[in-house]
Design a protein around this ligand. Structure first.
Ligand code: MN3
Length: 245
């Protein structure tokens, strides 16, 4: 009798576990797999996220003071202004993804501050000291699309170097599952409907001067070279695999 009860219990739980896994997979794809449950909420439920490491943990590549000001002042201000911009509007009960997909319909303050907040979430996630290498699956996709990791580095570096003024360089996955490198001005990103080549960003590099000026002054290429030393390939690979599986 006891064994029967236990077997029945297990059998009745299994379908729930399977369903939960399916939903999670679906959600990861739909929400750009940014590995951050907080950011998947409707906007009125999003809290300003913790930095995933200490201010000095990207030293000597990205210095402590730059990370501190960048996170606690720049990103925090974007966050506060974004929340103020959506307060009392229909946007509050939408997700960031839904808003970005139709960003051309909304006030420019929503694009500037929403992008400013969200892009930095991706940026902090993109970096880690000893972040590993691309996974086998991601490495295969990089080789197929760009020829080699070195070629990707050249393209990505170029995208960052040639962005005139302020903006971002991205490695993203398009709707066919192909990788591509792009650059966007100001606080735009590949999710937004104002962007020429759209997709799911898996690697983000900020090339605004505030991201490097204290340590590298006008030498943006030196900052980009340093950034390349702290890429969190483990997480970038996870994001890639969640999208293409
Ligand atoms: Mn920035």
């Amino acid at each position: 009798m006891r064994r029967y009860i236990i077997t029945t219990l297990i059998c009745s739980i299994i379908p729930f576990i399977t369903t939960a896994q399916k939903n999670l997979t679906h959600q990861n794809i739909e929400h750009y797999n940014i590995n951050n449950q907080n950011i998947m909420n409707t906007i009125n439920k999003i809290e300003f996220p913790q930095l995933p490491y200490a201010y000095d943990s990207l030293e000597p590549f990205i210095d402590k003071l730059t990370v501190e000001i960048h996170y606690s002042k720049h990103q925090k201000t974007y966050f506060d202004n974004f929340m103020n911009a959506v307060k009392g509007t229909e946007l509050e009960t939408m997700t960031i993804e839904e808003v970005f997909k139709n960003i051309s319909k909304y006030p420019v303050a929503v694009k500037n501050n929403g992008g400013g907040f969200f892009n930095h979430v991706l940026y902090w996630e993109s970096m880690k000291v000893n972040g590993g290498k691309p996974s086998v699956k991601l490495a295969e996709a990089i080789n197929k699309k760009f020829g080699s990791l070195d070629e990707l580095k050249k393209l990505f570096t170029d995208a960052g170097k040639t962005r005139f003024g302020s903006g971002w360089a991205w490695l993203s996955v398009d709707e066919k599952g192909d990788l591509f490198v792009s650059s966007t001005p100001n606080q735009e990103n590949p999710i937004m409907d104002v962007t020429e080549k759209r997709g799911t960003p898996i690697l983000a590099m900020d090339v605004w001067e505030h991201a490097y000026y204290l340590k590298y002054q006008n030498k943006r290429p030196d900052y980009i070279e340093a950034f390349w030393n702290v890429i969190n390939w483990e997480l970038v690979s996870k994001k890639y695999e969640a999208i293409v599986r």
